[in-house]
Design a protein around this ligand. Structure first.
Ligand code: PLP
Length: 420
């Protein structure tokens, strides 16, 4: 039995190159993090070999005594991480990732064509919350259910709860989804609870981005108001790639969430759990810090932040006042080993060339960054934006592809001015 470098030098070399990329770059993608060596050890362990369809004590395969022990430990730690050690909440730790976890909830509590409302993707929501365009139902959620997204008030960059309330009263959704992929503020859970109650809807929070912050009690607590809470495990929570669903144990709107959700996970949508992931998840559960210093330095430098600041682990910068877009800035910063992503900001027309960038702090917090380091990060980003503005002056075309070709060509003088 050979190790990877001997058994498969090709894959081994690719992993080494990726490791080096991760090591040398400033990782500012808000949905990413660096897991610990201990988590990776569990993920790379013999747990991956075992089939264990079903739940602890009720498996469809033999030989699961240790897997049962592991899954119960993981459930206990997950509940404890969110102060849910009482009897009120249960958890399923088997979802393979965030999108499957969400679809499992929908499968559990909705019938095909039931109505749902989540935050629109161009306004910061996630695909799996029902994204569709005027031309196409993009996400499976919008194919199987009827989706009417709510949006931000474009003048404040905050969720337009008044409009959500009005629309919900007319649309009468069965499920309202809180949570986002690119929203720098807390959700107003009490307000959303009120709206959900008024129309007889379930209230779910997808806390994928902020679960580490919820666990550290530095943002509002969705468990106080929601019926169901889903999360990925690999973002601010710093675990392996996976998902979890937390549910109220008492019936809600006449539905026994515990059995509906457990059945939707298996046998509804999944087969054997990924036990190596469950092992890694049990090892993880650490916390991330808020990027306040980054946000205030960017504002000092004159940047416009969507919603005017941040309550959590990410900031959204609106670059449109500078006359540039997020795609070009992402490209230039990538060349300097600073990875973040272009992002739509309210009022944007194109998702491919959107007007903003999203900057997240979890990964670099894990690597020990504090206030001073994040101030320097803001300065680096500012430098990248200046370089992008210079590049734009010497390039009169509008196509991103051509711009990218220009700035990445060895003869382009700017390449030499990006710091190393
Ligand atoms: N929910 C939210 C809010 C997310 O931001 C994401 C991913 O970025 C997901 C769900 C989906 O997670 P996954 O990529 O693991 O399917």
């Amino acid at each position: 039995d050979y190790g990877l470098s001997e058994a498969d030098p090709e894959v081994s070399t690719i992993i080494d190159k990726e490791k080096n990329r991760q090591f040398r770059s400033l990782e500012l993608i808000a949905s990413e993090n660096f897991t610990s060596r201990a988590v990776m050890e569990a993920v790379g362990s013999c747990l991956t070999n075992k089939y264990s369809e079903g739940l602890p004590g009720k498996r469809y395969y033999g030989g699961n005594e240790y897997i049962d022990e592991l899954e119960i430990l993981c459930q206990e730690r997950s509940l404890a991480a969110f102060n849910l050690d009482g009897k009120e909440w249960g958890v399923n730790v088997q979802p393979l990732s965030g999108s499957p976890a969400n679809f499992e909830v929908y499968t559990a509590i909705l019938s095909p064509h039931d109505r749902i409302m989540g935050l629109d993707l161009p306004h910061g929501g996630h695909l799996s919350h029902g994204f569709m365009t005027a031309k196409r139902r993009v996400s499976g959620t919008s194919i199987y259910f009827e989706s009417m997204p709510y949006r931000l008030d474009e003048s404040t960059g905050l969720v337009d709860y008044d409009m959500l309330e009005k629309t919900a009263t007319l649309f009468r959704p069965k499920l309202i989804i809180a949570g986002a992929s690119a929203y720098p503020r807390d959700f107003d859970y009490p307000r959303m609870r009120k709206i959900a109650d008024a129309v007889g809807a379930f209230l779910m929070m997808d806390m994928a981005h902020i679960s580490g912050l919820v666990s550290a009690s530095v943002v509002a607590n969705p468990f106080e108001y929601c019926d169901i809470v889903t999360t990925t495990t690999h973002k601010s929570l710093r675990g392996p790639r996976g998902g979890m669903i937390f549910f109220k144990k008492d019936p809600v709107l006449g539905v026994d969430l515990e059995s509906a959700i457990n059945n939707a996970v298996f046998p509804g949508l999944q087969g054997g759990p990924h036990n190596h992931t469950i092992g890694g998840l049990a090892v993880s559960l650490k916390h991330a810090q808020s990027p306040e210093a980054l946000a205030s330095r960017l504002m000092e430098l004159g940047y416009k932040l969507v919603s005017g600041g941040s309550d959590n682990h990410l900031v959204l910068v609106d670059l449109r006042p500078l006359g540039i877009d997020g795609a070009r800035v992402e490209k230039i910063l990538d060349m300097a080993s600073i990875t973040l992503n272009k992002n739509s900001v309210p009022g944007d027309k194109s998702a491919l060339v959107p007007g903003g960038i999203r900057i997240g702090s979890p990964a670099m917090t894990t690597r020990g960054f504090g206030e001073n380091e994040f101030i320097s990060v803001a300065d680096f980003i500012h430098e990248g934006v200046q370089i992008t503005l210079d590049a734009k002056k010497s390039f009169t075309g509008s196509k991103l592809q051509d711009f990218t070709k220009l700035v990445t060509s060895p003869s382009f003088p700017l390449i030499n001015r990006v710091w190393d």
